[in-house]
Design a protein around this ligand. Structure first.
Ligand code: SF4
Length: 229
């Protein structure tokens, strides 16, 4: 089946169904871009709970960003150990902070052109498209749709981007079809849907999106071809 970029009407219908199922999440930008950046490094390969524990421990031990940057790496490692992979994450956090200036600062990303902020963030060690998008939307409310595994799986099944699109292509396609005002809501509700019904093994029979889901229609077609009665 060939993929066709969905029209705005269809994307809004998906947003509406998801809203009925999961409510309308409200973005409350926290205005701390460095914290967002460090948290996304800490969140790699661990749960949200462990990430938050590591972040709290790190901040308690080093209240200033400069202190984290200038501390012996072993001390940073020790502080973030509850989140796992401390040996990789500690030097990465320090090298990110080294690139944010003598007094680490990212507040300029609030008003800088989006492309300029993205390019800067993507140049930081270990920062990819998803992390950069998280910094912009969760810190400042700048419309972005971070594509994580859930958004990638659910969005692909719903035909929001081509099947097997790379994370980068998925990100670009989502930004092209989603109304900026809906970016946060769609991001959050696609994740919720991916965690509840549209799991790797989906529970389509319980899903209110069945009739607008190309993936489900493909399943039905396949079933009919196997058993045409
Ligand atoms: S119908 Fe199935 S595959 Fe489609 S969105 Fe719902 S759970 Fe996912």
């Amino acid at each position: 089946m060939t993929w066709k970029r969905p029209e705005g009407r269809r994307v809004r219908a998906i947003r509406e169904r998801l809203r009925t199922m999961y409510g309308e999440p409200v973005n409350e930008p926290h205005r701390n871009p460095i914290a967002e950046l460090i948290k996304t490094v800490l969140s790699q390969h661990t749960s949200d709970r462990n990430r938050d524990r590591s972040f709290a421990a790190l901040r308690e031990r080093f209240p200033e960003w400069e202190e984290i940057r200038d501390a012996p790496v072993a001390a940073v490692e020790e502080a973030i150990r509850p989140g796992g992979l401390a040996r990789q994450k500690a030097p990465r956090i320090q090298s990110i902070l080294e690139q944010l200036g003598e007094e680490p600062d990212l507040d300029w990303t609030e008003t800088a052109p989006r492309q300029e902020s993205l390019e800067f963030l993507l140049g930081l060690p270990g920062v990819g498209r998803k992390t950069a998008a998280c910094v912009l939307i969760f810190t400042w409310g700048i419309p972005e749709i971070p594509v994580d595994v859930h958004v990638h799986r659910v969005g692909g099944r719903l035909g929001l981007f081509p099947p097997r699109a790379s994370l980068e292509r998925a990100h670009d396609e989502m930004l092209a079809v989603v109304d900026p005002a809906d970016a946060y809501e769609l991001h959050m509700n696609l994740i919720r849907h991916g965690r509840t019904l549209c799991r790797p093994k989906p529970r389509c029979e319980e899903c209110a999106l069945r009739r607008m889901c190309p993936w489900y229609r493909g399943l039905e077609r396949g079933a009919k071809e196997r058993d045409p009665r």
